[in-house]
Write a protein that binds this ligand. Structure first.
Ligand code: HEM
Length: 509
């Protein structure tokens, strides 16, 4: 599994690099797959409401009303119908890429299992929603879908009477048709909203809307497609005859050829087996995780910054319990904490200049990688640096590999996330002998821990607490956001060389 995921990760990083070149990291669609899926649902909703206004919810009138929309009122209802169809297809594409991406980038295991686990039924619900939509047109494709679905339902031993006969003989009642319409228009969408809310309920700082330019581009593409290739129906249902020529929508109806090919028993077994397997993926194998963050109340001012910065909503502020003159104290939910260390980087007391006779404790930190251990490592590494243009390189372990950069004049300190680095540690390293500090994070807009690289950038730019103080000479601090790839590795080496040269230049008398 590990080898498969790593190969997929390399592939996806390569593809995303190409898209970064074309779109730029801020508009790269791969970085906005969840919010793009939401955006497509909005288009589906609005276009669906328009189509419903002209739709006849009965067996006799459904087909004719859709034909009217497609051919008579093509300029509005026809476009709306096409937008409804193509936005639904686009949603399936973005959802699938989202699924593979979360898997390959290893963002689905350990504490993060919940989003994955709830994503799987979401996927099914979207597919069922699409299938019921095709049913409503009541053309030959709808009849085919109805027949194959009935065949699957008939296979279930608990259901006594045969459904297939009804659909073949066009015996479908208006009541049944209304039930389908109700499920497609209200029942399933409401269930989907509930499932999606559950899906993202364990993370914070969620991007629900894609960037405006990306949204406009996506909408424009769908509109163009709707004009160039409008969605049309199949022939009307012929009583007593099975449907013949079919153009399947492979995004939604792919299970039906499987029913034709293998029979309903196999189709049930394969789809159920695959669903269960997919839901169990976060435990195949289980991720080894570090212990969660710990609060040291005596060093906490109750400023709330850690809870604002946590990308997983793992820190909540509760009324103070230690009698200190502060309103709140942070509480860590261990089932949500991924031990990324971002909270430790955001804590004002994570300040290496603070004096302490014993271990330097901070308001909130990782028991296995406290600020004290970071300070000790920084001191040790600085003591061993030699030559001119000495650089301390703080590297996020999910970004570009920094270890090969180590030499007599360059020391490397690895962090679980660049967001764990308190800006005061940079000032400290410069005061204690480094000529320059280099910080690497994950690629822009693609932080493994969701927000770490963004917070680091903002802290160093003085836009978010805790800020890098203005007295630090900015020429002595540089950063690079990059991932694992040979090209980015080479770029890091180049940037490091140039940075050292500039530091050496500044040191010349
Ligand atoms: C209806 C379709 C779906 C929508 C609209 C959707 C949307 C989202 C959104 C908006 C996020 C938060 C992204 C962020 O701001 O960082 C997210 C996270 C996530 N999604 Fe989905 N999702 C869908 C389906 C799925 C499916 C089918 C899976 C996999 C089975 C999945 C797996 C995940 C995982 C693992 C995360 C958490 C990532 C993390 O912890 O950083 N999603 N999804």
């Amino acid at each position: 599994m590990d080898a498969f995921r790593k190969a997929g990760n390399t592939l996806i990083l390569t593809v995303e690099k190409g898209f970064n070149a074309g779109f730029g990291p801020k508009l790269n669609p791969f970085y906005h797959l969840g919010s793009l899926s939401f955006f497509f649902f909005w288009i589906v909703l609005v276009s669906g409401l328009y189509v419903f206004a002209l739709f006849e919810t009965n067996v006799a009138g459904a087909y004719a009303s859709v034909e009217y929309m497609t051919h008579e009122q093509w300029w509005m209802a026809g476009i709306m119908r096409s937008l409804h169809r193509y936005a639904s297809d686009a949603a399936v594409i973005t959802i699938f890429i989202h699924l593979f991406r979360e898997f390959f980038r290893d963002r689905y295991r350990g504490v993060r299992w919940f989003s994955w686990f709830t994503g799987v039924p979401t996927l099914w619900l979207v597919v069922i929603l699409g299938i019921t939509g095709y049913w409503l047109v009541w053309d030959q494709l709808a009849q085919y879908v109805a027949l194959a679905t009935a065949e699957m339902v008939d296979w279930i031993p608990m259901i006594p009477s045969s459904m297939v006969f009804n659909f073949l003989d066009n015996q479908i009642t208006d009541r049944f048709f209304t039930l389908m319409a109700f499920l497609h228009l209200l029942g399933f969408p409401v269930a989907l909203v509930f499932l999606l809310w559950t899906h993202v309920s364990r993370i914070s700082q969620i991007e629900f809307n894609p960037p405006r330019q990306l949204a406009l581009g996506a909408f424009g593409t769908l509109l163009l497609l709707s004009l160039v290739k409008p969605a049309v129906s199949h022939a009307p249902v012929a009583a007593g005859k099975a449907p013949v020529v079919l153009h399947l929508d492979w995004f939604y109806l792919n299970i039906y050829p499987l029913v034709d090919l293998l029979g309903p028993g196999w189709a049930w077994s394969l789809s159920t087996g695959l669903t269960i397997l997919l839901m169990l993926v976060p435990w195949l194998p289980r991720k080894k995780e570090q212990p969660p963050a710990e609060v040291n109340l005596e060093h906490c001012s109750g400023c709330t910054q850690c809870s604002l910065d946590c990308p997983y909503g793992a820190i909540s502020m509760q009324p103070r319990t230690d009698g200190k003159q502060a309103e709140f104290e942070p509480t860590v939910n261990p089932t949500l904490c991924t031990a990324c260390g971002i909270c430790s980087g955001s804590c004002a007391s994570s300040n290496p200049f603070r004096m302490s006779d014993t271990t330097l404790l901070t308001g909130i930190e990782m028991p296995w990688r406290g600020v004290d251990s970071l300070r000790i490592e920084v001191n040790q590494k600085l003591a061993n640096l030699a030559g001119s243009g000495r650089v301390l390189l703080f590297g996020c372990e999910h970004g570009v590999d920094v270890v090969p950069m180590q030499d007599a004049s360059v020391a490397v300190v690895k962090l679980p996330c660049s967001g764990m680095l308190p800006p005061s540690m940079i000032e400290y390293a410069l005061k204690k002998g480094a000529d320059g500090v280099f910080v690497t994070s994950c690629r822009e807009s693609d932080c493994y821990h969701r927000c770490g690289n963004r917070w680091t950038e903002k802290r160093l730019d003085g836009e978010r607490e805790p800020k890098l103080v203005t007295r630090v000479d900015r020429k002595r601090v540089t950063r690079y956001q990059a991932s694992h790839s040979r090209a980015e590795q080479a770029e890091l080496a180049k940037r490091l060389r140039e940075f050292r040269l500039s530091l050496q230049g500044d040191q010349q008398p």
